[in-house]
Design a protein around this ligand. Structure first.
Ligand SMILES: NC(=O)C1=CN([C@@H]2O[C@H](COP(=O)(O)OP(=O)(O)OC[C@H]3O[C@@H](n4cnc5c(N)ncnc54)[C@H](OP(=O)(O)O)[C@@H]3O)[C@@H](O)[C@H]2O)C=CC1
Ligand SMILES: O=C(O)[C@@H]1CCC=N1
Length: 268
């Protein structure tokens, strides 16, 4: 069996390790690296995988998954350059970092895949977009697809769309949690106990998401089913429109995509 090395024992590094193990990968086939020894050793112990240095992990691995912040990427690539062998696949999860930048700092001909996952992968409900680099074959792309499929859905896209994917599904869970926080707070304002308000909101979100996925109906149709003429829902939605919430979402998501593009140019 081939060895997969996860570079960066943070949120996404741990999400991937846990997803791969849940999907049946042998912990012995996985290695992790990190910058803070306590952190990487704790992760290694939790999942029964090996903790190695970046150079040792790169020497051993067939597949290298780069899970560091965009601002730390060039430093990591400089450490890895002399340890990447022909035939290795390098998969980057970093927002904004282009396959062109990755290829320019790795040995000529290295197969690179750019991926944008999201945190629901931790509960096997991830959504990832993947794009091939210049030297990436169908086999390499399928390998990245299989890796991400272990903890959710995967779509293949042209790299020009990855900043939009980052802004929609990469950052998306945070927007949803933000809305959830606001709704819970509203319940408390109306006098509900916080725990009850939280249960109502979380189940409503889960139910609405399940309806969207299982009925395949357009969200407008589902929204209109809830909106009785002259009723409570339209009274609330009118306030959201008056406060330009829809426009605010579009502007916010445009800002996320612009920031993703900016990260590519190394602006920290
Ligand atoms: N969090 C998210 O929702 C998503 C994140 N991403 C992308 O995933 C990447 C990782 O993000 P996230 O997991 O949130 O970040 P974290 O900060 O949680 O994890 C990054 C880890 O990388 C470690 N690190 C930094 N430099 C090195 C190095 N040279 N060698 C080894 N390890 C190193 C850090 O160590 P230390 O602890 O010492 O700082 C840290 O533990 C980012 O590029 C981000 O854009 C993509 C999609 C979603
Ligand atoms: O906020 C970020 O930059 C990362 C990328 C997508 C989600 N989190």
């Amino acid at each position: 069996m081939s060895t997969t090395a996860i570079f960066g024992a943070g949120v996404m590094g741990e999400t991937l390790v846990s997803g791969l193990i849940r999907s049946g990968r042998e912990p012995g086939d996985l290695v992790v690296t990190g910058r803070t020894p306590d952190k990487v050793n704790a992760l290694a112990q939790r999942y029964g995988v090996r903790a190695l240095s970046n150079a040792e992990a790169a020497d051993l691995a067939d597949t290298l998954v780069l899970c560091v912040k965009p601002q730390d990427m060039t430093g990591l690539l400089d450490e890895l350059r002399d340890h990447v062998a022909p035939g290795n696949t390098v998969i980057s999860l970093a927002a904004g970092i282009t396959t062109e930048l990755l290829e320019s700092r790795l040995p000529e001909g290295t197969s690179v895949v750019r991926v944008m996952p999201n945190t629901p992968a931790l509960v096997d409900q991830g959504m990832a977009g993947i794009s091939p680099g210049r030297h990436c074959t169908e086999e390499h792309l399928a390998e990245a697809e299989a890796l991400l499929s272990s903890c959710g859905k995967v779509v293949r896209l042209a790299e020009k769309h990855l900043d939009a994917v980052t802004a929609i599904s990469g950052s998306g869970p945070a927007y949803i949690f933000y809305v959830v926080e606001a709704m819970i707070e509203a319940g408390v304002v109306l006098g509900l106990p916080r725990a009850t308000s939280t249960e109502l909101v979380v189940q409503t979100l889960y139910g609405a998401a399940t309806m969207l996925r299982e009925t395949g109906e357009h969200p407008t149709v589902l929204r209109e089913q809830v909106s009785s003429p002259g009723g409570t829902t339209v009274a609330a939605l009118r306030q959201l429109d008056d406060h330009k919430v829809r426009a605010a979402f579009v502007t916010a998501i445009e800002a996320a995509a612009a920031r993703s593009k900016q990260l590519a140019s190394g602006q920290g």
